[in-house]
Design a protein around this ligand. Structure first.
Ligand code: KG4
Ligand code: ZN
Length: 327
């Protein structure tokens, strides 16, 4: 929805294990971007526990919103629209953000803009000061999704390819778990891989037809490699395993992205989502525009950004909005 240049959008994001609130201006300047990660809370379970996530969002959503408004130096009365992630994600977690957003909008007579989380990731590219202008071919790689999409204009996108099983971030997380690196594991593999030899192990990635991805076989290959190594040897070769595993994921992502660019004739590439923070991926696609590091993983600034290109739902319609788990 068009918010005036100087107008302010309050964004909320609670689709997974980050409770986030942000304030941006109508022209895409970030005034505040607060992210409270629950990663530590879920680490001992080795992954996100949906019920635990929902309860934590409930505790955090108002304090995080207050903090964002405080950081932006504004009162709720100075907000022009409320944006919130409607899906895809964990339904219980999404409902916390959605209910909070409805209440904030209703009590302050504001329009409510329901935002698709994936559109949000793409819209991380539309924020200042490094706005990326469509058209571009976008690789969206996160913990829940791996998509190749054609972005013709800021309001939407067309899916060209997706993962048939695990998402790239999920592959990083499962690999990290096998290597005893904890949850979430993408950043930990990224760090450890720097000390390892990426050619030490041969981890092939399945080639599936079209522009789709498949990562589940890779995780099994790592499982076998880990299982076959004696304990002391495993400790010694962990960095090599991390480097080889990361290389296989990055290769698969880069190869498919180049194939998609060839097929569509796209000359501009962009990469978003948590895995866009990966240093090897960033180095492997030197000509691509990457979302700024703090905006790769889940945040609410990207949700508020997407709201600028999404229709608001008027009162009382928005009170009936429901969350959706998958896209
Ligand atoms: O976008 P995001 O915060 O959440 C979803 O929408 O899923 O992405 C989180 C994912 C996790 O799987 C995490 O391991 C991965 O992004 N990730 C990374 C890195 N930083 C985060 N993967 C590889 N390298 C990184 N540096
Ligand atoms: Zn995400």
């Amino acid at each position: 929805m068009p918010v005036p240049t100087g107008g302010r959008i309050l964004g909320l994001e609670t689709s997974c294990d980050e409770t986030a609130a942000a304030v941006i201006t109508g022209d895409g300047r970030i005034l505040a971007n607060v992210v409270s990660s629950q990663a530590e809370l879920h680490a001992r379970f080795g992954g996100v526990v949906p019920e635990v996530a929902s309860r934590r969002h409930l505790e955090l959503v108002i304090p995080v919103t207050r903090e964002a408004l405080g950081e932006a130096g504004i009162e709720l009365a100075e907000v022009d629209a409320v944006a919130v992630t409607q899906g895809p994600g964990l339904v219980g977690a999404l409902l916390v953000g959605l209910a909070a957003a409805k209440a904030l909008a209703w009590a302050n007579h504001l329009p409510l803009v329901p935002v698709d989380h994936l559109h949000g990731h793409v819209a991380s590219l539309y924020l200042q000061p490094e706005r990326v202008e469509p058209p571009f071919l976008c690789l969206l790689a996160s913990g829940g999704h791996t998509l190749l999409i054609d972005v013709a204009e800021p309001g939407g996108f067309r899916v060209l390819g997706t993962t048939l099983d695990d998402a790239a971030g999920e592959a990083f997380d499962k690999g990290a778990r096998l290597l005893g690196l904890g949850y979430p594991g993408g950043a930990a593999i990224d760090r450890l891989a720097r000390e390892g030899d990426p050619a030490a192990f041969d981890f092939p990635v399945a080639r599936v037809p079209g522009l789709d991805f498949s990562f589940s076989g890779l995780k099994t290959a790592l499982l076998y490699a880990v299982r076959d190594l004696p304990e002391d040897e495993l400790e010694r070769r962990r960095a090599d395993l991390a480097a080889s595993y990361q290389r296989a994921i990055v290769r698969a992502l880069v190869r498919r992205t180049h194939e998609a660019a060839e097929q569509t004739g796209a000359t501009k590439l962009a990469v978003v989502g948590g895995v866009a923070a990966n240093s090897e991926l960033r180095a492997a696609l030197p000509d691509a525009a990457f979302a700024p590091l703090p905006l790769c993983t889940d945040n609410a600034a990207m949700i508020a950004s997407a709201a600028r290109y999404t229709d608001a739902v008027p009162l009382p319609g928005y009170l009936a909005l429901d969350a959706y788990a998958s896209g």
